[in-house]
Design a protein. Structure first.
Lengths: 333, 242
C-alpha cells in the first residue's frame, strides 16, 4: 500500500506523461499549420536541439556534472554514421546506433579520469578534451580532415534517412528523437538511478552514507548521455548531408547543446524542450535579421537574451509553469 | 554472552600532528544504546566517521558482525547495515522530504513502489508525515534532524550512528527525540549516539564511552560515569573534581 504522499508523487509522474503525449501530438500536427521550408527547417533544428539538450541534461542536469565537451559525442556519432554510410554502405538507421555506442564508450573514457575531478574542474577538463578532439579531427586524413564528409544522395528512402523534400520527414525523425530523449529522462526521474544521480548532484557525502556509489553513478549517467548525444549527431549528419570538424566538433556546439537545458531549466523534464523552442528560433532569426557578417550583432542579441533570462528566471523557463509546491523545491538553487 | 555487533580494536587516527584518536577499544552489543561523549576536541567526530567508513583509521580495526569494516568505505558500510546522520545536516536540497528518504530506501528496494512504501513508513515513524511534500530546505532545524534519521532508517540499518541529533533542541523536542530513539531500539536497532551535553545523553543510554583528548577515559553505565572524578575533571575542570 502506497500512502498519500506516495500517491501524489506517482500521480504527478502520470500527469507529466499524459502532458508529454499531448505535447507530442501537438508537435506532430505542427507542420499542418506551418508552411514554408524556412520555418519548418527552424522547427526541425529546434527539435534536434531539444533532444540533444535533453541528452546533455541526463548528465548535466540530473547528475550535476556540467560537461562543455558534448560536441565530442555529437561528432563521433555523426562521423561514425556518415562514414559507415558513405564508405561501407551501412544504413544510418544502423549507423546511428554504432555511433551512439562509440559515443557512449568515449563518454566513459572521458569520465574515467575526469570524474576524479570535482565541480568546475570537470567542466574545464571536458572543454579541453573537446577542443583536442576538434583539432585531431581537423588533421586526421582518414576522415577527410578539415574538408569534411559529403553524404551523397542515394535516393529517397527511409532506410537511408534521405528524402527529396528533406524538411518534412525530418520533422518526424527529429520529433521521435526528442520524444525518446524526453521519455528516457522521464523514466530516469522515477527510477533508482535517477534518485541516486540527484543525490550525487546535491551532496556526495550524504549520498555515500546511503550506499550510493558516486563514481559508477557518474559513469553510468555519462555513458547514457554520451550515447544519446551521438545518435543525435548521426541524425544531424543525415539531415544536413555534410559534416566537417567545424560543424560537428566545435566548442560552440558544446555550448549550444548545453544552453537550452540551462536556460529552460536544468535537471527538469521540460527545460530542454522549452529552452530549445526559445533559443533556436532566436538564434536563427537574429542571424537572418542582422546577418552573421555584420560584426556579430546576432550574437550580441542572442547573448543579451540569455542574460535577461538568466537574471529574471534563474531557475529556467519551466518555472513559469510550476505550482507553488514544486517551486519551493527549486527556489533553493 | 553473544558476540558483540561492533568491536572497535585499538583504533588510532592522526590528522597531521594532531592525534584525534589514540588506541580506542570498546564493544557494542546488539540492541544496545551506547553514548559517545566527551568535551569538544575529544575525538568523537573522528571516531564516528571511522565507524561510518568515511575516514580510514591509521591503525587498529573495526569488526561489524564479525566482518572487518575499517577501510572498506562509507558505501560498503551502508550496504552492510550501518546508517548514520550528520552533525551539520546534509539534506538533498533539490528534493522533497519524501524524495530524500527514497534515496535511502533505494539501497534495499529495486523498484520505485517498494522504495516509496519504505520511505513513507519511516517518515511516519519519525513524525514527518505531514511534511512529505515539503522541500527539504524548508524544514525547521529539528525537522531536518528528523529527516536525517528517517533517511538513514530507510536503508534498514542494524547499527544507527546518531551525531548530535538532540543538541540544540527545546526540552519538548528533545523529549520527543528521545522517545524516537527508544522506539528504534525497541525495533532491534543498535544505536551509537554522539553528544557533548551529558545531561541529554545519559538518561537515554545503556552505557557510555567517554573520550578526552583523543583517548578513552572510561566506559560504563551512566551512574558510574557521572561519579567518575576523571570525567568531572574533563568536563568541568579541576576545581569541581574530588
Amino acid at each position: 500500500m502506497v500512502g498519500r504522499a506516495g500517491r501524489a508523487l506517482l500521480s504527478r509522474r502520470r500527469r507529466e506523461l499524459f502532458f508529454g503525449v499531448i505535447v507530442l501530438a501537438l508537435l506532430a500536427a505542427l507542420p499542418l499549420g506551418v508552411h514554408g521550408a524556412y520555418l519548418r527547417g527552424l522547427i526541425v533544428l529546434a527539435l534536434l536541439y531539444a533532444g540533444l539538450s535533453q541528452a546533455w541534461n541526463i548528465l548535466g542536469g540530473y547528475c550535476g556534472q556540467i560537461s562543455l565537451g558534448h560536441a565530442l559525442y555529437f561528432g563521433i556519432g555523426a562521423y561514425t554514421s556518415a562514414l559507415l554510410f558513405t564508405r561501407v554502405g551501412i544504413s544510418p538507421l544502423i549507423g546511428m546506433f554504432a555511433g551512439g555506442l562509440l559515443s557512449g564508450l568515449s563518454a566513459l573514457l572521458v569520465g574515467i579520469p575526469c570524474f576524479r575531478l570535482s565541480g568546475h574542474y570537470y567542466a574545464i577538463a571536458t572543454i579541453v578534451i573537446g577542443m583536442m578532439a576538434a583539432l585531431l579531427a581537423s588533421n586526421w586524413d582518414f576522415i577527410n580532415a578539415a574538408q569534411g564528409i559529403t553524404i551523397p544522395f542515394h535516393g529517397e528512402a527511409w532506410q537511408n534517412l534521405q528524402f527529396r523534400t528533406a524538411v518534412l520527414p525530418f520533422h518526424y525523425v527529429m520529433l521521435v528523437y526528442a520524444a525518446l530523449m524526453w521519455l528516457i529522462a522521464w523514466v530516469i526521474e522515477g527510477s533508482r538511478w535517477g534518485f541516486h544521480w540527484r543525490a550525487v548532484k546535491d551532496d556526495v557525502t550524504a549520498a555515500r552514507s546511503l550506499g550510493v556509489s558516486i563514481y559508477p553513478s557518474k559513469l553510468a549517467a555519462a555513458a547514457i548521455s554520451g550515447a544519446a548525444t551521438g545518435i543525435g549527431g548521426a541524425l544531424y549528419a543525415q539531415y544536413v548531408g555534410f559534416i566537417d570538424p567545424e560543424s560537428a566538433f566545435d566548442l560552440s556546439l558544446s555550448v549550444l547543446i548545453a544552453l537550452p537545458a540551462v536556460v529552460g531549466g536544468i535537471g527538469t523534464l521540460w527545460g530542454p524542450l522549452l529552452g530549445a523552442a526559445v533559443l533556436i528560433p532566436v538564434q536563427q532569426l537574429s542571424v537572418a535579421w542582422f546577418g552573421s557578417a555584420a560584426g556579430g550583432i546576432d550574437l550580441m542579441v542572442y547573448g543579451a537574451l540569455i542574460m535577461v533570462l538568466a537574471l529574471s528566471r534563474p531557475e529556467g523557463l519551466v518555472s513559469f509553469f510550476h505550482t507553488r509546491a514544486r517551486q519551493e523545491v527549486i527556489d533553493h538553487g | 554472552m553473544a558476540e558483540p555487533l561492533l568491536r572497535i580494536r585499538e583504533i588510532s587516527k592522526s590528522f597531521g600532528s594532531v592525534a584525534a584518536n589514540v588506541d580506542i577499544s570498546f564493544d557494542v552489543a546488539e540492541g544496545e544504546i551506547l553514548g559517545l561523549i566527551g568535551p569538544n576536541g575529544a575525538g568523537k567526530s573522528s571516531l564516528f566517521n571511522i565507524i561510518a567508513g568515511e575516514i580510514v583509521p591509521d591503525r587498529g580495526e573495526i569488526l561489524f558482525a564479525g566482518q572487518r569494516i575499517s577501510g572498506i568505505g562509507a558505501v560498503a558500510c551502508a550496504k552492510l547495515g550501518i546508517g548514520r546522520t550528520f552533525q551539520v545536516v546534509r539534506s538533498f536540497d533539490s528534493m522533497t522530504v519524501l524524495e530524500n528518504v527514497m534515496v535511502g530506501a533505494f539501497l534495499r528496494a529495486r523498484r520505485t513502489r517498494a522504495a516509496l512504501r519504505r520511505a513513507e513508513e519511516v517518515i511516519a515513524l519519525c513524525g514527518l508525515a505531514g511534511r512529505s511534500d515539503t522541500a527539504a530546505h524548508r524544514l525547521s532545524p529539528p525537522e531536518k534532524r528528523r529527516l536525517e534519521i528517517a533517511r538513514a532508517l530507510a536503508t534498514e540499518p542494524r547499527l544507527l550512528l546518531l551525531d548530535e541529533v538532540l543538541t540544540g533542541l527545546t526540552p519538548t523536542e528533545a523529549r520527543e527525540g528521545m522517545q524516537l530513539v527508544r522506539g528504534l531500539r525497541a525495533q532491534g536497532i543498535t544505536i551509537i549516539m554522539v553528544e557533548h551535553v551529558m545531561e541529554v545523553l545519559l538518561p537515554l543510554v545503556d552505557r557510555a564511552v567517554v573520550l578526552n583528548l583523543g583517548r578513552k577515559l572510561m566506559e560504563g553505565v551512566p551512574a558510574e560515569i557521572v561519579r567518575h572524578p576523571e570525567v568531572i575533571r574533563a568536563y568541568l575542570g579541576d576545581r569541581y573534581s574530588g
